[in-house]
Ligand binder design. Structure first.
Ligand code: GLP
Length: 263
């Protein structure tokens, strides 16, 4: 894991956006894995800015979202499809037919999960997966106890996730109890991952994910098996990391390599 600690969420999001932009410029038909929640919002704002003022071209990009609440139609203001439309898709030139968000109204979730996996495979696999993290260390909706080999399937939300996400719905009662989500195994197959976390509420989950043992109780920790993960943090979310000075040294070494100071 490469751990990058930026002074603020703004700078961290810009750093993530530059990695996404670099990929899209190099590979116009890139397959992006996208996430929802408060965390990637600034990243999406920066991508929109890059599209509008630097001509970053999404016309041939394909996207797959991590998850969706069960029972919400795409038009529901809290559905993840609606979130993506409002916060990214309608502001850039992505072809909406190439955007995929799991269908929260599928009738047969087992079949639907396999179909979603097949669509990702047929597209050539995810080049770059954006991830946030829950306070309990979950990625997508892979709640504590999820199999680290899991694939796209139905998942019951944990009580802490229902509490956390109630802020978007108004009350806890309104938060759906089920979601359809890519599995940990699905996420591990993406070619590269960027894990974003900002704010002190994420510090514990980040310490467990980056430095803790790999465990199904913290599904983010499975990313330790992935060969290309960039973890982008702000000072607050990095505050419980034990090896902080080492991560800074690695970044300094990267900087010197790139600037040609080290041959
Ligand atoms: C939900 C989503 C996750 C997201 C998490 C954290 O559970 N399914 O993909 O990472 O919330 O959300 P936030 O970024 O709002 O803290």
């Amino acid at each position: 894991m490469r751990v990058i600690i930026e002074p603020s969420a703004e700078l961290g999001s810009q750093r993530a956006a530059s990695i996404v932009a670099q990929l899209v410029r190099k590979k116009p038909r890139a397959i992006l894995g996208l996430a929802t929640g408060g965390t990637p919002l600034k990243l999406y704002q920066e991508l929109i800015r890059m599209h509008q003022s630097e001509g970053l071209d999404f016309s041939r990009v394909t996207s797959f979202n991590l998850d969706e609440y069960v029972g919400l139609p795409p038009t529901h203001p809290q559905s993840y499809r609606h979130f993506m439309t409002e916060n990214l898709f309608r502001h850039v030139n992505i072809d909406i037919r190439n955007t995929h968000v799991p269908d929260g109204r599928a009738l047969d979730y087992e079949t639907y999960g396999s179909q979603y996996e097949a669509m990702i495979e047929e597209a050539g696999g995810i080049d770059l997966q954006i991830l946030g993290i829950g306070r309990d260390g979950h990625i997508a909706f892979n709640e504590p106890g999820s199999s680290l080999g899991s694939r796209t399937r139905l998942k019951t939300l944990a009580p802490e996730t229902i509490r956390d996400n109630a802020r978007f719905f108004g009350t806890e009662e309104d938060v759906p109890r089920l979601a359809i989500t890519m599995g940990v195994g699905t996420i591990l197959e993406s070619k590269k991952c960027i894990l974003l976390a900002f704010g002190k509420d994420k510090a514990e989950a980040i310490a467990a994910t980056v430095e803790g043992p790999v465990t199904a109780q913290v599904t983010g920790s499975a990313l330790q098996f992935h060969r290309d993960v960039v973890v982008i943090l702000d000072e607050e979310s990095a505050s419980q990391l034990q090896r902080r000075s080492y991560y800074d040294e690695v970044e300094e070494a990267h900087r010197r390599l790139q600037s040609g100071e080290v041959k």
